[in-house]
Design a protein around this ligand. Structure first.
Ligand code: PLP
Length: 379
């Protein structure tokens, strides 16, 4: 079956009890035993429940994985992935990762004996040089948040394969519709489902997709031990959102390309960071490994004051954290999503104070551009 068909049908069979085309929300914490030691496959909602099972089957199918587990947020899923490691293990991460991943690793997990190195993963040699005898995981975010730097996933998997290193890829920015890391050799894919998978900015969620049964077993153990699995209502909402993933991503992608080109030609904009522009340093890699450049882009307005004037004059686009919803969202990474990164790290990876991040929605393209243009008049 094709991607859109799978997104609508896998895990979403009609309810066998009633024939309801959409399975009900199993809003219950516990399940009755028919007799001691005999139940219908569920015992307690922390461990699992039908809405979670359904969503996990859909996400595993769309990413081409062996299995998937869904969490209360992207961060809960990413935390579970790092817990696959042991004290003394070393992880190499993309240097421009989401600020929350930077905070989790440098302020929390280091205290449990894990070592982290942040490297420009768009440079294969830089990654090779950063490997240590105890390196156990390569954690890639591509395109990276918010610089849109692109990592060659297949090249990274080759380097990692030489040393038996696990490759995990955060596929939040593109969704499996535009990029499928497992087909490029990745062992693990993570998502903030809060973003494109749900797509409607009305739930948080995370997903971890596995290719190896032994990893799947451990991730499920972590999930049910820590109690970080996604609740029934939220699973239901994300399952509903995923059904339109293909059509949404097509429109996001088309709007993203148009907006990026428009901003690139705008005299008030110093620089646009978007893998779909030929000027992007990894444009060719992006063309090879992505089905489209997507709808995430950043652009530099030169100073925090210029950015503030722009943001304060937007009328249609919303100034908000998060991304991947049907509505266009705009943020200032240095003061919002990446505020937890020390200024010198932000500077090194290119997150300037005038860098604005745009998650292009699926409103009419002309309306998005008109709003950006009127706000740019104030810069
Ligand atoms: C690329 C990326 N990964 C992970 C996360 C974390 O996801 P969540 O906010 O659902 O915990 C985010 C959040 O913005 C993100 O942008």
């Amino acid at each position: 079956m094709g991607f859109a068909t799978n997104a609508i049908h896998v895990g979403q069979e009609p309810d066998p009890a009633t024939g309801a085309i959409v399975a009900p929300i199993y809003q219950t914490s516990t399940y009755v035993n028919e007799e001691l030691g005999k139940n219908k496959g569920y015992d307690y909602a922390r461990t699992s429940h039908p809405n979670r099972k359904a969503l996990e089957r859909t996400v595993a199918k769309l990413e081409g994985g062996h299995s998937a587990y869904v969490f209360t947020s992207g961060m809960a899923g990413i935390d579970a992935v790092f817990r696959l490691l042991r004290p003394g293990d070393h992880v190499v991460l993309s240097e421009a990762v989401y600020g929350g991943v930077f905070r989790l690793s440098t302020q929390l997990l280091v205290h449990f004996g894990l070592e982290f190195s942040f490297v420009d993963t768009s440079m294969v040699e830089a990654v090779r040089m950063s490997l240590r005898p105890n390196t156990k995981m390569l954690y890639l975010e591509t395109p990276a948040n918010p610089t849109m730097s692109v990592t060659d996933i297949a090249a990274m998997c080759k380097v990692a394969g030489e040393r038996n290193i696990t490759v995990a890829v955060d596929n939040t920015f593109l969704s499996p519709y535009l990029q499928r890391p497992i087909e490029l050799g990745a062992h693990i894919v993570v998502h903030s489902m809060t973003k494109y998978l749900n797509g409607h900015s009305d739930a948080t969620g995370g997903a971890v997709v596995l290719t190896r049964p032994e990893d799947a077993e451990k991730i499920y153990f972590i999930q049910r031990s820590a109690g970080s699995g996604l609740a029934p209502m939220d699973c239901f909402l994300v399952s509903r959102g995923i059904k339109t993933l293909a059509v949404r991503m097509l429109q996001h992608n088309a709007n993203g390309i148009t907006v990026a080109r428009h901003l690139d030609a705008h005299p008030k904009v110093r620089k646009v960071y978007y893998p779909g522009l030929p000027s992007h340093p990894q444009h060719e890699v992006a063309r090879r490994q992505q089905k489209g450049p997507g709808a995430m882009l950043s652009f530099d307005l030169g100073s925090v004051d210029a950015a503030r004037r722009f943001l304060n004059h937007l009328q249609l686009c919303s100034l908000a954290e998060s991304l991947g919803g049907v509505e266009t969202l705009v943020s200032l990474p240095a003061l919002m999503t990446h505020a937890s990164m020390p200024p010198e790290v932000r500077e090194r990876v290119g997150i300037t104070e005038g860098l604005v991040r745009l998650s292009v929605g699926i409103e009419d393209m002309e309306d998005i551009i008109a709003d950006l243009d009127q706000a740019l008049l104030h810069v």
